[in-house]
Design a protein around this ligand. Sequence first.
Ligand SMILES: [Zn+2]
Ligand SMILES: [Zn+2]
Length: 358
Amino acid sequence: MRAAVLHEIGQGELEVLDDVEAVGFGPGKVRLRIRATGLCHSDVSAMSGVLPQPAPFIPGHEGAGEVVDVGDGVSGLSAGDRVLVCWLPACGACPSCRRGQSHLCLAGFLNAGTPNFRRPGGDVFGFAGTGTFTEEVVVGAGCAVPIPDDVPFEIAALIGCGVTTGLGAAINTAQVEAGSSVAVIGCGGVGISTIQGARVQGAAQIIAVDPVASRREAALRFGATEAVAPDALTDAKQRITGGEGFDYVFEVVGKSATTRTAYEQTRRGGTLCVVGAGAMDDNFQANMFELFFDEKRILPSLYGGGDVLRSYERAIALWRAGRIDLESMITHRVRLDGVNDALDQMRTGQSLRTCIEL
Ligand SMILES: [Zn+2]
Ligand SMILES: [Zn+2]
């Protein structure tokens, strides 16, 4: 079958091959036919080595499709079911799951070190234990979450990562208060979802910050009240908050430099929410005096920071009610052969989300 493979970490392009096989099917597993997958920035970060990932590998972790085959011992799923791919499946039994923090469950992640693809040249890993830039994938049953019939595959795919991450940061992690001031640094798919989450929560001012003009324009369509380039942020803080700083600042880039900027733009006693996925050797610094004296709350948010299945259901409910716009987040569509075009669109900031149709 066809799949897009990265041969070595650091390479910029994927090779679309037709000699790949999805392996590992058995008890507790399901085989999926992927129909749509989004390109998330984490895929690019894994390709470049910013995020740890063994190679060769098939990127993609934001996908949806149909169940083809169900292994022994799997309940609640059968062939033909429409599902989205959850890259951080919950075991339901560990201390994190029992606390309602299933996004911190590591049980399913242990599979990420086992290759779930093969080709004549040898084993191939799937990104984060999934790998959705492919026609078929074998994953643990917990990675396949049934979706209602009215949710198109491309919308379900977005909910599988970017939308859940961004909405959850505003709703679960930061719990943005009605009437508050919010700045969102980085306005790709996750940043746009954060903006939509802040709007749903009733933020009074939502300032979108991005160096790319087309993304600033997009942010205004999704609920930002103002959009500025990074060099205009300090001026906006002065104008909007009287210099005090924003109640909430979301860092959706994944770099220490932008996190430091976000920290400085947060008011004393306000909340800095770190959503971006960064590198292990990129250290954020704060001095011990400011840390204690300014009492800024630093809240990291992983995958929406809450019960994952509940976050999916909430995203679907908000989308159905017209309270969030997910269709317009898909700015580009390609077939698998166009996957390298999709990478270029993301790297240059032209796209919010590119949907790869399979
Ligand atoms: Zn668990
Ligand atoms: Zn992602």
